[in-house]
Design a protein around this ligand. Structure first.
Ligand code: S3P
Length: 186
């Protein structure tokens, strides 16, 4: 596998990585951003499901979270150091891992899709059933996880407050701030 991080990747060619808590819209926004920039989109969870022929929930159930985190680390670190020009959405737990944070921040442009707890709570029923990390947790425990995760997501190149924006608006905002960055820094 070629290590692109060793070479200086031009800013315009860097991968764009989306981070944030489960259910904030990383996949929807990522697909929109990719089509606006004529790039390929990669959803890490979906790729892991294809690679291991199992849903994320089944990986958690049969192999455990620790194994899932190892697969996640290997896949993401390989991907971001061996490709360019991709839009990539990470699973919400990936940025807890220091190696993933460091590798993504060194190789890619990292956007954090931020959402307030009050807005997020309203979406819980939509994602509750297929997110193993949320199973058997009380609302207070999920809230605690939500705020604990924010500390990791604060490691980013750009943060977008998404509470009052629909996915199309988030994608437009992301693309215009990216274009501004490209003009300013290249
Ligand atoms: C997880 C988030 C999920 C998925 C897995 C674990 C987490 O991805 O990777 O269920 O720990 O937050 P999404 O953020 O796409 O839901």
């Amino acid at each position: 596998m070629s290590e692109l991080s060793a070479i200086e990747v031009p800013l315009r060619q860097k991968n764009i990585v989306l981070i944030g808590f489960m259910g904030v819209g990383k996949t929807t926004v990522g697909q929109l951003v990719a089509s606006k920039l004529y790039r390929d989109f990669v959803d890490v969870d979906l790729e892991l499901e294809k690679k291991y022929s199992m849903s994320v929930s089944d990986i958690f159930a049969s192999m455990g979270e620790k194994k899932f985190r190892e697969m996640e680390e290997e896949f993401i670190c390989d991907l971001v150091t061996s490709t360019r020009l991709k839009v990539i959405s990470l699973g919400g737990g990936a940025f807890v891992n220091e190696k993933i944070r460091k590798t993504c921040l060194e190789s890619s442009i990292v956007f954090y899709l931020d959402l307030s707890w009050d807005s997020w709570k309203k979406r819980l029923h939509l994602i509750m059933n297929n997110r193993p990390v949320l199973q058997d947790k009380s609302l207070d425990e999920i809230e605690e996880l939500f705020y604990r995760r924010q500390n990791y997501y604060e490691n980013n190149n750009s943060k977008i407050a998404t509470d009052d924006l629909n996915p199309e608006e988030v994608a437009d905002y992301l693309v215009s701030s990216l274009k501004l960055g490209w003009e300013l820094y290249e």
